[in-house]
Design a protein around this ligand. Structure first.
Ligand code: SAM
Length: 479
């Protein structure tokens, strides 16, 4: 019970007007005051669920599966570990093998699970900090293009950092008001997730002050933004495509009414795809229309709302726009491509990488396959991954080469122990127990996942971790 949770009377009065008959307001208030169970999602780009379960077993981490997401688990760590080591400083987190994500927040990407593996183009329209982007990326498993957009400048940086930590290679990042997509990227995407900015009524278990500024007026104001975004998303969706709309709020003003607005605007072109069989017992949270309205007391989670729509046919958009300005990348020259491919084959045993090598000045980038069709539709903040920088003797590899592609390496890989990993993330060189005769660059791994690059030197591996990622806090162990 969290006695400091702030729940204004006016909010409760409003909830009473729409809480479903089978739920009680008292249970709702009690659930809002209970602390939230911690859940994590296994990043299958870096670690299998079986390896995660094995790790938990070995390390006395107690887990219980989240029923709607086969990579999601509620997690309890031993008390002494919990008190002495933040989860963000554990080896599984630092290596990008897990993402701390509230269980109900795993539902919106899950609602796309029936179509995502066949999608070539996916848009996450309001993406930061990236829990759902990285979940979608894991579901896409490196195939297709995932455009992740975020309007807020400070949050776009966090999004970029999470995408890098999780080893996502097929993502293009953009930084716009989501309302531009319908005009600039008309009918470009097979699937779209609009996890909309909202009043956050469902988050009060995590943030006791979430309802401090609650008012119906602000619900109405946010709903106006949501309506613009959902219309833009629908224009950007290909005919036959799937749109998921979600919020972490409860009021119908920001949920059912926004969905109804979409249905009214595009009558005949859109239908609801019901979510009542998304997972066992989903019907406990499904509305008559087939939306998931997850109240915190139903599954002991945060509150959430999820709706899924199918676009039945093309629509007309007279406001389409074409981006001006040149595209700053060019396909990498054949000679540089073959030199680079020969180097990664010789040094790391990597025979082939998926995607298109592109060049901007001295930078070498890897774009996801299929990027060419949409690369000049909008200006991206970041496109694919930067592999390296060219210089007179070849290419100097970037950290991200290792985090995103290191899993392909079969040679010059070094598995760090906990002490070495702690040194690595604190920016120190890695001492070797025995001198080595190996030369050149090496992919460093932790818990089996690639985390960065180093350079073999006789008795140590020289640390190549970018300075901005160096941490001086307590990492990995605490005893
Ligand atoms: N999907 C994210 C995740 O799972 O980590 C959470 C997204 S949060 C609910 C909504 C995001 O929308 C915020 O990061 C906010 O900055 C962003 N946002 C606000 N207004 C926006 C707009 N007009 N267009 C796009 N994004 C917007």
């Amino acid at each position: 019970m969290n006695p400091s949770t702030y729940i204004p009377e006016s909010f409760i009065d409003d909830v009473k007007t729409y809480i479903p008959k089978h739920l009680s307001i008292d249970d709702f208030i009690k659930a809002c005051q209970r602390p939230l169970r911690r859940s994590v999602r296994v990043n299958t780009l870096k670690m299998s669920v079986a390896d995660f379960e094995h790790y938990c077993n070995e390390n006395d981490w107690k887990i219980a599966p989240v029923p709607w997401c086969n990579t999601g688990f509620w997690l309890t760590r031993p008390d002494d570990e919990e008190q002495n080591l933040p989860i963000g400083n554990t080896e599984l987190h630092l290596s990008g093998c897990i993402y701390v994500q509230e269980a109900s927040s795993m539902l919106p990407p899950q609602a796309l699970s029936n179509v995502i593996s066949e999608c070539e183009y996916v848009l996450d329209m309001a993406a930061a900090p990236g829990s759902k982007t990285t979940q979608l990326a894991a579901m896409m498993n490196g195939c297709g293009v995932l455009v992740a957009n975020e309007f807020s400048s400070s949050r776009v940086k966090v999004l970029a950092a999470n995408i890098k930590r999780m080893g996502v290679s097929n993502c293009a990042l953009s930084h716009f008001n989501g309302n531009i997509f319908g005009n600039y990227m008309f009918e470009c995407f097979d699937s779209i997730l609009l996890d909309a900015p909202c009043s956050g009524e469902g988050t009060v278990r995590k943030d006791a002050d979430a309802l401090k500024n609650w008012s119906i007026e602000s619900n109405i104001e946010i709903a106006d933004v949501q309506k613009q975004l959902i219309i833009s998303a629908f224009y950007a969706l290909k005919p036959g495509g799937t749109l998921v709309y979600s919020t972490c709020t409860l009021t119908p003003l920001e949920n059912q009414e926004v969905c109804q607005y979409l249905l009214d605007q595009f009558a005949g072109h859109v239908e609801i795809e019901p979510l009542n069989s998304l997972f066992p017992n989903a019907e406990h949270a499904t509305t008559e229309q087939g939306f998931l309205h997850v109240w915190p007391q139903i599954y002991d989670s945060e509150g959430f709302f999820i709706a899924r729509f199918k676009k039945l046919s093309s629509v007309t958009n007279c406001e389409q726009q074409v981006k001006k300005g040149a595209f700053p990348f060019t396909p990498t020259a054949n000679k540089l491509q073959s030199d680079f491919n020969a180097y990664i084959k010789k040094q790391f045993g990597i025979k082939a990488i998926k995607g298109q090598l592109m060049t901007r000045d001295k930078e070498l980038w890897l774009f996801p396959e299929g990027m060419a069709q949409i690369e000049n539709k909008i200006k991206y903040a970041r496109l694919g991954i930067q592999l390296g920088t060219t210089h007179k003797n070849g290419v100097r590899l970037e950290h991200e080469f290792a985090t995103a592609l290191g899993k392909l390496a079969t040679a010059n890989i070094y598995a760090m122990n906990q002490q070495q990993a702690q040194d690595y993330f604190q920016g120190k060189d890695i001492r070797l127990a025995k001198p080595t005769t190996n030369l050149g660059e090496v992919v460093l791994t932790l818990c089996g996942a690639p985390v960065g690059l180093g350079k073999w030197q006789k008795n140590k591996i020289k640390n190549s971790l970018p300075r901005d990622l160096v941490s001086d806090s307590q990492l990995i162990t605490w005893v």
